[in-house]
Design a protein around this ligand. Structure first.
Ligand code: EPU
Length: 328
């Protein structure tokens, strides 16, 4: 309990480690774990600029850590925001589930697969909380979070008010939503899933997982893809040997794998201190055990510099970074 911070009654730790999938980086000056939506609202009213921690799966924290308040909405939270339930059972072809921001994606994907509820299996192998997955519209080749979102309950940072946004008001795009800009913080969401059989859903789950395992270094310490796939006009993509689909030809442009560009720029296996570019997928930067976040950051800068020099393409960062001065 720390009355001076406006966090009375909320579980708070000082100088607390920030767990991330990179496994590197420093602590939070203050880490609060709100157990309820009302406590989350209290945190944001007292600290509108607080950082939100989900599963730490797409996050690089500087070695010196971060000043101020970090709000723990990870699955470790164990409050009401770590719960989910089915809220509509009437339809024979679909159902609606409601999940707190802190529910872990893997837990939800497994549980819904067992029930034969389809939609989330397309996100197999993507570590995230429900809040984090919605905020950045996590996804890949098989689908993205926006495909299943019906409505999102959130707290506005400025006013501290609760709001409900329909999916159409969430500004979902490629690895983007209105929540990526951080004006509101996700509390819970309602997701629409289709009723299939458990066998069907698990078969798709296996297919998606197998693809990821065969193309990505799943066991290394990383945050998945470091950069977004840039959009190139078809002629430029064709020069790089990328096949142009009919849809891309009609649109005149397409997203080209940043991993492919990093690979062609000769960066695979590149190492800087304790960080390296994966040999398996160029867009995965990995950190050694006991490694340094500053090395990962420097390596990301070097990779983006080499891609720019080789192709004239500026890569845009996908991974969220806390505590770094220099822009990437
Ligand atoms: N490729 C290379 N070299 C590489 C990496 C890829 O030549 O080092 C080639 C592949 O051979 C393939 C093409 O690039 O022909 C596309 O590769 P991949 O299927 O691995 O997909 P990606 O576009 O590189 C995207 C997402 C991943 C997602 C995969 C699969 C982004 C930035 N990346 O990668 O998402 O898992 O599709 O669905 O959107 C993430 O966002 O963190 C992430 C890992």
């Amino acid at each position: 309990m720390r009355d001076g911070l406006g966090l009375a009654g909320i579980r708070v730790l000082n100088n607390a480690p920030i767990p991330t999938w990179f496994g590197v980086g420093g602590p939070a000056e203050v880490l609060a774990s709100p157990a309820t939506a009302a406590e989350l609202q209290q945190c944001l009213r007292a600290h509108p600029g607080a950082k939100i921690l989900g599963d730490g799966a797409n996050l690089l924290v500087a070695d010196a850590g971060v000043r101020g308040l970090v709000i723990d909405l990870s699955d470790r939270n164990r409050g009401e925001l770590s719960n989910w339930r089915e809220i509509s059972g009437a339809s024979t072809d679909h159902t609606v589930i409601e999940a707190g921001a802190a529910v872990h994606n893997f837990k939800l994907i497994n549980a819904t697969a067992e029930l034969g509820l389809s939609g989330l299996e397309n996100l197999a192998g993507i570590p995230a909380t429900v809040g984090g997955a919605i905020a950045m519209n996590a996804g890949g080749k098989f689908g993205s979070m926006a495909d299943v979102v019906l409505e999102v309950d959130c707290v506005h940072r400025g006013t501290g008010e609760f709001r409900t946004l329909a999916a159409s008001d969430c500004d979902f795009g490629y690895r983007h939503s209105c929540f990526s800009l951080g004006a509101s913080v996700i509390v819970r969401a309602r997701l629409r899933l289709l009723r299939h059989t458990a066998e069907q859903v698990k078969a798709k789950y296996k297919e998606v997982s197998a693809y990821k395992l065969s193309t990505q270094p799943m066991s290394a310490s990383s945050a998945g893809c470091m950069f977004k796939n840039p959009t190139l006009v078809c002629a430029r993509a064709a020069e790089l040997g990328v096949s142009i689909t009919a849809a891309a030809a009609a649109a005149g442009a397409l997203r080209v794998s940043a991993g492919l560009l990093i690979d062609r720029a000769g960066c695979k296996g590149l190492r800087l201190g304790t960080a390296s570019v994966s040999d398996q997928h160029g867009n995965f930067l990995t950190a050694d055990k006991q490694g340094r976040a500053d090395d990962v950051h420097a390596l990301a800068l070097e990779v983006s510099r080499r891609v720019a020099a080789r192709f004239g393409i500026t890569l845009e960062r996908e991974v969220v970074m806390w505590g770094f001065d220099s822009a990437l």
